[in-house]
Design a protein. Structure first.
Length: 115
């Protein structure tokens, strides 16, 4: 059973930065998409960013220009660099890995943006 483990969340002031990491417990075959989602209290889970390759990256409009997603396929890892954070970015952030046979989700890491 593959497990995805996120790290890097925490409390940060508005305008600050955080870097989230997600690593798989073992090698994952046939990975298609890796991505980050978030869920704020009382809201539905939403896509933040996803990556297939360096030339195929998708961001939600709310984070474009502030967040950067990257992946290291050799390490089965995906990262999310978050800059210029806003209070509305506060949420639990989840990583997701989609393969040709299904998907895996991490347990989530809390990001709180507050002064």
């Amino acid at each position: 059973q593959v497990q995805l483990v996120e790290s890097g969340g925490g409390l940060v002031q508005p305008g600050g930065s955080l870097r989230l990491s997600c690593a798989a417990s073992r090698s994952i075959l046939s990975v298609y998409t890796m991505g980050w989602y978030r869920q704020a209290p009382g809201k539905q889970r939403e896509l933040v960013a996803s990556i297939i390759s360096d030339s195929w990256i998708n961001y939600s409009d709310s984070v474009k220009g502030r967040f950067t997603i990257s992946r290291d396929s050799a390490k089965n890892s995906v990262y999310l660099q978050m800059n210029s954070l806003k209070p509305e970015d506060t949420a639990v952030y989840y990583c997701r890995v989609e393969t040709t046979r299904g998907e895996y989700w991490g347990q989530g890491t809390q990001v709180t943006v507050s002064s």
